[in-house]
Design a protein around this ligand. Structure first.
Ligand code: ASP
Length: 413
């Protein structure tokens, strides 16, 4: 927290100073420190996801179990994302960010080409099966890694004793990665400081002022969604005190805030969910990587507010059918959005296109998107953890008593 706050303070101070001072500080201190920290974390994402999904599937022990956990998680993800976007559009209609200022509607430019590759939802599912798992690992293709690792887990259950050496390898690999994450986490305050000072210092106060109402609408919806939807789900379905939930999970949230990447936060959010929220590892290691890839409520919220904002700026009235189209496309877009910085904005192009709003409108919000990206990423990963808490409560009766540690006994024998 101290690192975060200092980072915000230094960032604001730098934003007020002449540009070349920020450039110097950023090039020689902030950016290198932040990048070293980010790279250390990113380095561990693929091996952790790979090892822990195998362990998770082994822990569940039964393909049916995995099917149930998967179905419940997807249901949770889709429902909360749809709620998020409806809430976002509601707040934007009340606050009317697009009517509060003069925004240029001509001369804007935004290249939406990046959104096309992930526009086809059927293709997203088909592409989940890797044709080359080594390539999937090398490229960090999360969905493909999940599928491949889950299949290995199944095979290991089926083979039992015959896969014993591999089982020890996976378990020890997982321990080694978790140990490294602990080490890297010690640097988190410095990394967070540098990343935040760099992001905030680069934005400039004028851009923030002009877009204040848009930002307020997004931030307000993010807060409402976290408290009402996640707090409610955790309390009612997960039977956990929401205060306890947020108090213990905030460590991962601050981490997501400083990295703006669900994927990079994954090792930390899984760690925190398992050790501080008591989510069984077999559930956490399946639900959270899946959520980090397909569940992005924070991103959907930004897209909901942004769509209404852009419609207002361009004086376009959206019909009821169009609003519904926005909900559906934003839910699908959030599945296709990768958990890395800034992708949500590119995917917004898809949502805008679905109701014929000008994609160039994105140029208006791009300047302040970095700050909002930090906040929405925190919400994105909180949704995954809330889901893990809920699903582990619902699955309590079914969870096999064998946990990963019982394999130790098997091995010892
Ligand atoms: N940065 C977000 C995430 O990683 C995605 C986005 O909205 O750009 O969760």
């Amino acid at each position: 927290m101290i690192g975060l706050l200092l980072g915000v303070a230094v960032g604001l101070a730098l934003a007020g100073l002449p540009g070349n001072i920020y450039d110097m500080a950023n090039t020689y201190v902030l950016s290198p420190v932040g990048t070293v920290f980010l790279n250390l974390i990113k380095m561990l994402v693929v091996p952790i996801v790979f090892f822990s999904i195998i362990l998770g599937v082994m822990g569940l022990g039964d393909p049916k179990e995995l099917g149930r956990v998967g179905t419940k998680s997807l249901l949770f993800f889709l429902t909360t994302t749809a709620l998020a976007i409806v809430l976002a559009m509601g707040v934007a209609y009340v606050i009317q960010p697009g009517e509060r200022g003069d925004f240029p509607t001509t001369g804007l430019e935004f290249d939406a080409s990046g959104s096309e590759e992930s526009s086809n939802i059927v293709q997203t599912f088909v592409n989940m099966i890797p044709t080359n798992p080594v390539q999937a690992l090398a490229e960090g293709n999360m969905l493909q890694i999940i599928v491949f690792a889950a299949l290995i887990g199944f095979a290991m259950i089926a083979l039992g004793e015959k896969a014993r050496t591999w089982r020890r390898f996976v378990k020890q690999g997982d321990r080694i990665m978790m140990y490294l994450i602990h080490l890297v986490m010690k640097l988190a305050p410095y990394g967070a400081f540098a990343l935040i000072a760099s992001a905030i210092g680069g934005i400039g106060l004028e851009a923030v002022q002009a877009m204040a109402w848009y930002m307020i609408a997004v931030v307000l919806t993010l807060a409402l969604h976290s408290v009402i939807v996640y707090g409610g789900a955790v309390a009612l379905l997960g039977k956990m005190n929401p205060v306890f939930f947020f108090k213990n999970f905030y460590e991962a949230m601050t981490f997501a805030f400083s990295t703006s990447s669900s994927n990079a936060t994954l090792p930390v959010s899984m760690e925190v969910a398992q050790t501080k929220l008591g989510v069984p590892r077999s559930i956490s290691s399946f639900v959270q990587p899946l959520g980090a890839t397909v569940n992005m409520d924070g991103t959907a919220i930004m897209q909901g507010v942004a769509t209404i904002f852009i419609a207002q700026v361009f004086n376009a009235d959206l019909t009821m059918t169009e609003l519904l189209t926005v909900v559906i496309t934003a839910v699908l877009a959030s599945i296709g959005t990768a958990g890395v910085p800034g992708v949500g904005l590119v995917m917004l192009a898809l949502v805008l296109q679905s109701v014929n709003l000008p994609v160039e409108g994105i140029a208006l919000i791009i300047g302040v998107d970095r700050i909002l990206d930090m906040l929405r990423t925190s919400v994105n990963i909180t949704g995954d953890a809330a889901c893990a808490v809920v699903v582990s409560k619902l699955e309590e009766k079914h969870l096999p008593a064998v946990d990963e540690d019982s394999w130790d006994e098997v091995d010892a024998k």
